[in-house]
Design a protein around this ligand. Structure first.
Ligand code: C2O
Ligand code: CU
Ligand code: CU
Length: 545
């Protein structure tokens, strides 16, 4: 493991060159020109300033960007470079998935399909660089999964054909290009993959929910822009190591988004599509966090609605929530906000150097003006007059059968740091190396541990879902919300494919490696901090037939 002293030497390159401002802004030589615009609070799209929230939220409609596409046959998808007005009136280079169905054109469509249906698509790579699509959360044969080894060259094509075996839920798809995932996903190659089933329809009926109206997929991302309003992505060595942070926060590609709501219940399918930022989400009115109800996590609905007032959401994770906008009066505003938290970056047991944690120093050197753990707004809900509808929540949403774990093999998964990279079981990713085999049909318990000197890592598995059994050694800010038994938080319930592991924690997950695909199947397990993934915080595991 990298020792604090080595870490300091690495950080020292910049620390010696400049000073760390009290407000957490780094005024070192490299970035002084980029900060010429003045303090962050004057930045026109500053998500901290509530008054900036004026842009109408981009809502998925029947076609076009983020159009809802009910999959009705084979799709031809093209990954292509385009431009998109992310900031109002300013075009930015952007990467998009384009497709057509029934004479309608879509960009980054929200794909919607029935559980059990066949999904057939071809991907044409019209980019100037290699790419591949991964179906995040879906259970597919390895050849259909978008493993980085499946990456295709410019001009290449990849054919997908698989049965959607997952239960109803909010999944997503994004680029998994070998060592280019972070940059390509940041520039746009990602969208939703919604799976429907009877449980989902029952819920929609009970609460009178309509996709795009009262049931809103909401992808949250943070970006940096240059002076021309173009997307900026140029991580230096320390940002490549820690993860790239933005300082403008987009909800469905809308900066400072506002959505009008009536006093009724809305379903928000929250997806953290950011490269590395973790959000601590709450619905806030007049500085008070209101209640909301979690109904689902990564792999669909949980058993019963659970009411909470905050939840962490790490890159790759989904949280399906119901929010009753009737908790405010017409004319009032509610903010979906990310509350302040301790980012715990590189904090040792002693709590850092001279009162300032290493992490805080590292974070303060980021080119983002919004450090990890800062408080800011994501979306404004402005309550308008309308009929007050009080939702009657179903007592039971779905059934989540616990994975039987008696006699299950235990596997140690240790996250660590070395040579300025984050490692899994001491390894960095090698395409041709299998870290370990698991037996098809076996149930395993993975004990994923993160040393105290590190940072939080959202760990993600391909090909399977897991259940979180226990969280041990959680930091106070996590333990404070762990009221679901065995140290678990609301984000740990149900079926998961991504779980956040904080410094000092061991998270125990159960995985059932049953599938009926013939022969051996190789998948990846990796950190969903996309800079970490591209940096090699990923391993291959093989499911032996
Ligand atoms: Cu969403 Cu391998 O990732
Ligand atoms: Cu995935
Ligand atoms: Cu990581």
């Amino acid at each position: 493991m990298l020792k604090r002293r080595q870490l300091f030497q690495f950080a020292g390159v910049a620390v010696v060159a400049g000073t760390v401002g009290a407000a957490g802004v780094y005024y070192g030589s490299r970035r002084s020109s980029e900060l010429a615009g003045g303090p962050f609070r004057h930045y026109p799209f500053d998500p901290v300033a509530a008054a900036n929230f004026q842009q109408k939220l981009f809502i998925p409609v029947g076609s076009g960007p983020f159009g809802v596409l009910d999959v009705a046959g084979p799709l031809k998808i093209r990954a292509t470079a385009a431009s998109f007005p992310l900031l109002p009136g300013r075009e930015s280079p952007f990467l998009l998935y384009q497709t057509e169905q029934a004479g309608k054109a879509y960009q980054n469509p929200i794909l919607r399909i029935e559980s059990g249906a066949r999904f057939t698509a071809s991907l044409d790579n019209a980019l100037r660089e290699p790419t591949i699509i991964h179906w995040h959360g879906l259970h597919t044969p390895a050849a259909m999964d978008g493993h980085p080894a499946s990456t295709i060259a410019p001009g290449g094509r990849y054919d997908y054909d698989f049965t959607v075996r997952n239960r109803g839920g909010t999944y997503w798809y994004h680029t998994h290009a070998h060592e280019l995932t972070a940059e390509q996903a940041y520039h746009g190659l990602a969208s939703f993959f919604l799976v429907d089933d009877d449980d989902q329809r029952r819920l929609a009926k009970a609460l009178d929910l309509q996709l795009g109206v009262t049931d809103l997929p909401l992808v949250i991302q943070d970006k940096q822009f240059d002076a021309q309003g173009k997307l900026l992505y140029k991580p230096d060595a320390h940002e490549a190591m820690m993860g790239w942070l933005g300082d403008i926060v987009l909800a469905n590609l809308t900066p400072n988004a506002v959505q009008a709501v009536t006093p009724r219940t809305y379903r928000l399918r929250l997806l953290n599509g950011s490269n590395s930022r973790i959000y601590r989400l709450a619905f806030v009115k007049d500085n008070t966090a209101l209640n909301f109800t979690v109904i689902g996590t990564d792999g669909g609905l949980i058993e019963r609605p659970e009411t909470v007032s905050e939840a962490f959401l790490a890159p790759g994770e989904r949280l399906d929530v119901l929010f009753d906008a009737g908790q405010a009066q017409p004319g009032e505003d509610i903010f979906l906000r990310s509350l302040a938290f301790d980012a715990m970056e590189n904090e040792g047991p002693a709590g850092g150097m001279g009162g300032m944690g290493m992490g805080r120093m590292m974070a303060s050197m980021s080119s983002s003006r919004l450090p990890l753990g800062a408080e800011f707004n994501v979306l404004k809900l402005s309550v308008t007059a309308g009929e007050r509808v009080v939702a009657k929540l179903p007592a039971t949403l779905s059934q989540v059968k616990p994975i039987p774990t008696t006699g299950a093999a235990q596997r140690k998964i240790e996250l660590s740091m070395g040579q300025m990279r984050f490692l899994i079981n001491g390894r960095t990713f090698r395409m041709d190396e299998i870290a370990f085999d698991v037996k098809r049909g076996a149930v395993e318990i993975w004990n994923i541990s993160n040393p105290t000197l590190g940072m939080p890592h959202p760990m993600h598995i391909h090909g399977f879902s897991f259940q979180v059994l226990e969280r041990i050694g959680s930091p106070p800010q996590v333990a404070a919300t762990a009221r679901f038994g065995q140290g678990r938080t609301v984000s740990d319930l149900g079926w998961k494919d991504t779980v956040l592991v904080w410094p000092g924690e061991t998270v125990r997950v159960a995985i059932d490696f049953a599938h009926d695909y013939p022969g051996d199947q190789t998948y990846v397990f990796h950190c969903h901090n996309l800079e970490h993934e591209d940096g090699g915080m990923m391993i291959n595991f093989r499911v032996k037939a």
